[in-house]
Design a protein around this ligand. Structure first.
Ligand SMILES: O=C(O)[C@H](O)COP(=O)(O)O
Length: 316
């Protein structure tokens, strides 16, 4: 049987699938050609990340598809319920990338509080002539230790983020509509561990109390963060979004950054992917990454092998 991994798959995933008797195709087929390609090549399994959309049109056009696999967490690019109604298995790998996303959150937070993103833009341009001016401009950093991190969505990725925050000596608060309480265990190399219970509170109180806010929620139908919510936050709050574009109203975010209400933002995801708004890309207070939360060798290895084992157990 043939597997089309249209947004790529790790070498370990390919090897595991081949060992299970599958042929893996890693050709990148253009979105509008996917259905034809699947039919012409008798593909049984289509694997995607966030780039390729598997909507009703492809599902209807490809009766030979047995599994749609998402290498990662968010299924917003797949018509999951419709596929299931047609008897197609829809799988993903919800646990594989939590640590990688959480680490990226801290890359943005640390960049934000010490201006790394802006310093990296300006040092190559002016670092030789204006070193001391730049030293002054970036010389009023903030420590994360002792500050309050508000985590919106305390599922797997939220918990991995909480663990790292606790390890850094931060206070962690959370808001979550579904999870009443979580025990977050921070384990150290010497075998010791500390468990902290986090009881989610209202979003409104989180916005008021947090020094930094990080989002870990699925794709939303409306914004969670607009002008109205920014107004309730502490002055100088830092915002990180490594979840989904559309969680934050980007126009309101830029206004809040320009007014100083928000000190910095770290964005991995955008309302318009793959063409984020220019005012975000050019903003000196925004640390930017191009949707790479899960893009580490370790996470992609786990994702590939997990997809392979699910496919083998479903189709063998
Ligand atoms: O939902 C996810 O798993 C992340 O957004 C990662 O997306 P990617 O696989 O396109 O990197």
């Amino acid at each position: 049987m043939k597997v089309l991994a249209n947004d790529g798959i790790s070498k370990s995933g390919i090897l595991a699938l081949e060992k299970g008797g599958f042929e893996v195709i890693t050709t990148k087929v253009a979105q509008e050609q996917v259905a034809n390609y699947i039919n012409e090549n008798n593909v049984s399994v289509i694997l995607v990340r966030s780039a390729t959309k598997v909507r009703k049109d492809i599902i209807d056009a490809c009766p030979g598809i047995k599994i749609i696999g998402r290498g990662g967490v968010g299924m917003d690019n797949i018509d999951v319920d419709y596929a299931k109604s047609k008897g197609i298995h829809v799988i993903n790998t919800p646990a594989s990338s939590s640590e990688s996303v959480a680490e990226l959150v801290f890359a943005h937070l640390l960049s934000g509080v010490r201006f790394l993103h802006d310093s990296n833009r300006n040092m190559p341009l002016e670092g030789d002539t204006k070193f001391n001016d730049l030293k002054k401009a970036y010389g009023n950093g903030t420590e994360l230790r002792g500050k309050t991190l508000g985590i919106v969505g305390i599922g797997r990725i939220g918990q991995a983020t909480a663990k790292m925050a606790l390890g850094l000596g931060m206070k962690v608060i959370a808001a979550d509509s579904f999870i009443p309480s979580v025990d977050v265990k921070v384990e150290f190399f010497d075998g010791q561990s500390v468990t902290t219970t986090i009881v989610p509170q209202s979003l409104e109180s989180l916005f008021k109390e947090a020094d930094f806010i990080s989002f870990h929620v699925p794709a939303q139908n409306g914004y969670i963060l607009t002008e109205k919510e920014f107004a309730t936050m502490k002055d100088g709050v830092g915002i990180v979004n490594c979840a989904r574009g559309g969680v934050i109203n980007e126009v309101d975010l830029v206004k809040a950054l320009d007014s100083g209400k928000v000190a910095f933002a770290g964005l991995d995801v955008f309302e318009n992917e793959p063409t984020p708004a220019t005012q975000l890309l050019m903003h000196p207070k925004i640390s930017l990454t191009p949707h790479i939360g899960a893009a580490t060798g370790e996470a992609q290895d786990r994702i590939g092998t997990e997809l392979a084992s699910q496919i083998i157990s479903l189709l063998s």
